[in-house]
Design a protein around this ligand. Structure first.
Ligand code: AMP
Length: 209
């Protein structure tokens, strides 16, 4: 199955993608993760992406579409994939349509102010994944499981979060209409718990949880 997890930053796409990729045994393709890896490796793509990401803006379509096309062409994507954070513009959705036929787009719906709170409290452990500081009682600086220092993403500062949401409404939200017209759009409330969202998403995809 070729799946797109769609929605504003912080709506839970990445968290659900990690669960679904294990459950469905198809790759999780996150353009944000690919760009962050490219930045760490100091590749030309990483250098180009960094200035946009730091401002909470979108990396140009040509760059983003190229890295996705290269990734989807790999043999492990033959039986399907889960795209997380792509497409983010109608031009990206059109470019994707030229290389793959998407079966289902799950749109995670969430309120801006709730997203600002969620993203502002988001931390990650390199080994144990994503936390929200509200979930951790006591020490909120270290991973409750392994004691590693938790990391806050540079673009999870409030000014950048608000810019990412403005960019989402202006450039990304129109993609909803594009997929609605194609008849592949399904919707989930992105503000539910991780477990409840997972249950609904698996139902929408027609797979056992
Ligand atoms: P994410 O991890 O999905 O929140 O993405 C982090 C940042 O990477 C975004 O704010 C953009 O700067 C960039 N990015 C990720 N995916 C895309 C995309 N499909 N198109 C353009 N920029 C992207």
């Amino acid at each position: 199955m070729k799946i797109v997890l769609f929605g504003p930053p912080g709506a839970g796409k990445g968290t659900q993608a990690v669960r679904l990729t294990e459950r469905m045994a198809i790759p999780h393709i996150s353009t944000g993760d690919m760009f962050r890896a490219a930045i760490q490796q100091g590749t030309p793509t990483g250098l180009e992406a960094k200035s946009y990401m730091d401002r909470g803006e979108l990396v140009p379509d040509e760059v983003t579409t190229r890295i996705v096309a290269e990734r989807i062409a790999k043999p492990d994507c033959q039986n399907g994939f889960i795209l997380d954070g792509f497409p983010r513009t109608v031009a990206q959705a059109q470019a994707l349509a030229d290389i793959a036929e998407i079966d289902v787009v799950v749109n995670f719906v969430a309120d801006d102010e709730a997203l600002v709170r969620r993203l502002g409290g988001r931390r990650s452990c390199p080994t144990h994944g994503i936390y929200h500081i509200d979930w951790i009682s006591g020490d909120k600086v270290h991973c409750p499981e392994c004691g590693e220092t938790l990391v806050k993403r540079a673009d999870d500062e409030e000014t950048t979060i608000r810019n990412r949401l403005t960019v989402y409404h202006a450039q990304t939200a129109p993609v909803v209409d594009y997929y609605q017209r194609k008849g592949v759009l399904k919707e989930v409330d992105g503000m539910l718990s991780v477990a409840d969202t997972y249950k609904i998403v698996t139902e929408l995809l027609g797979v056992a949880p």
